[in-house]
Design a protein around this ligand. Structure first.
Ligand code: VTB
Length: 336
């Protein structure tokens, strides 16, 4: 199974590149709001702070956006619910995917790896499901054409190692630390690869796997959130990596949900194109707690703070790291 490479003729009309910087403002604000609650053991409050900030600042962005990945259905989520219109209503028409905190537990405990992230792409181009989980396989550009999520773990690791010019023992596979991954971990270890377990945050981990040459993570494997899979797919598209996924349907409820949506079931392979078919994909993320991908928010003297963000645009292939210093007094005045 291969991930079709986009040819220059497929890339459509560019969406205004300034949107990339607009999105960084959104994630910076959400990260600062959430970071105030780092380690306070108040998951919901941290999430709420990030959501409120993100929703307010999305309102200023020049776009006619619809939330396709958000905080959930309207009844359970008053803000950034799926179907909510965001942006100031002017073109372009886009799908918006948000994860105000990927790793709320990490932020609530002050553990590395909590980020805030938002993506957008042309209207109708992001995969949508109410199924909660997906099985994911993410690799970098060099290995993107050799993966096959339907093949055994050991075979995939062999193919990836060959594509990267290394041995399987040299590979590092990142996996969410969950009981459901016991069998997967046994297979990875039997194949001889190294493992990096993470508590949460598989959007950042997926992006790191897709950016292999910079991060020391070569592959992401295992079952995580479906919304996080779509956000990761946006990021993977921007860096040109490879990804495949499948819905994880372990019980009758999830199977019925997939059926109601007319989805192909647990066996259907979702390619990167299926998850994110846009040719104009934007992805922005800001660190909340310090992490391997991004530094967390640092509060400084003079009521200032520093953030580190990443913003990418698939159309141009640009990856920008943005370090910013903010005046919290002025931020508060503007938001008051
Ligand atoms: C992952 C992880 C997220 O959800 O997708 C995970 O990246 C999957 O769900 O940060 P379970 O925790 O139920 O295994 C998160 O932990 C956030 O919800």
């Amino acid at each position: 199974m291969t991930t079709a490479a986009r040819r220059p003729t497929d890339i459509g009309t560019p969406i205004d590149r300034n949107l990339a910087l607009e999105l960084v403002r959104v994630t910076e604000g959400a990260a600062i709001a959430a970071a105030r609650l780092m380690g306070r053991d108040r998951k919901e409050d941290a999430d709420q702070a990030a959501v409120s900030s993100m929703r307010r600042s999305l309102g200023y962005v020049d776009m006619d956006g619809v939330v396709v990945i958000g905080e959930g259905e309207k009844d359970r989520a008053p803000m950034l619910y799926i179907g909510e219109r965001v942006g100031n209503g002017s073109p372009p028409e886009v799908d918006v995917a948000v994860d105000p905190i990927d790793g709320t537990r990490l932020v609530a405990r002050g553990i590395p790896g909590g980020i805030t992230t938002v993506s957008l792409a042309e209207r109708g181009s992001l995969y949508h499901t109410r199924v909660h989980y997906m099985e994911k396989l993410i690799v970098s550009q060099e290995a993107r054409d050799v993966i096959d999520i339907t093949a055994p773990v050991a075979a995939n690791l062999r193919w990836v190692a060959r594509a990267l010019g290394r041995q399987v023992d040299d590979l590092t596979v990142v996996v969410l630390d969950r009981p459901r991954h016991q069998g997967l971990l046994e297979e990875i270890r039997a194949a001889g690869a190294r493992v990096k377990l993470i508590m949460d945050g598989d959007v950042a981990a997926g992006l790191m796997a897709a950016m292999e040459h910079r991060t020391g993570i070569d592959v992401l494997m295992g079952i995580g959130g479906a919304p996080e899979a779509v956000l990761a797919a946006c990021a993977v598209t921007c860096v040109g990596g490879g990804m495949q996924a499948r819905l994880w349907l372990p019980d009758a409820e999830s199977q019925e949900q997939a059926e109601r949506e007319g989805k192909g079931g647990a066996a259907e392979v979702l390619t990167l194109q299926d998850l994110c078919s846009g040719a104009n994909v934007f992805f922005a993320a800001t660190g909340i707690t310090d992490g391997e991908l991004l530094e967390g928010v640092r509060f400084l003297e003079g009521n200032r703070c520093r953030t580190q963000s990443l913003v990418m645009r698939s159309y141009s292939g640009t990856i920008r790291y943005i370090d910013a210093e903010h005046s919290l007094d002025k931020l508060r005045l503007r938001q008051g």
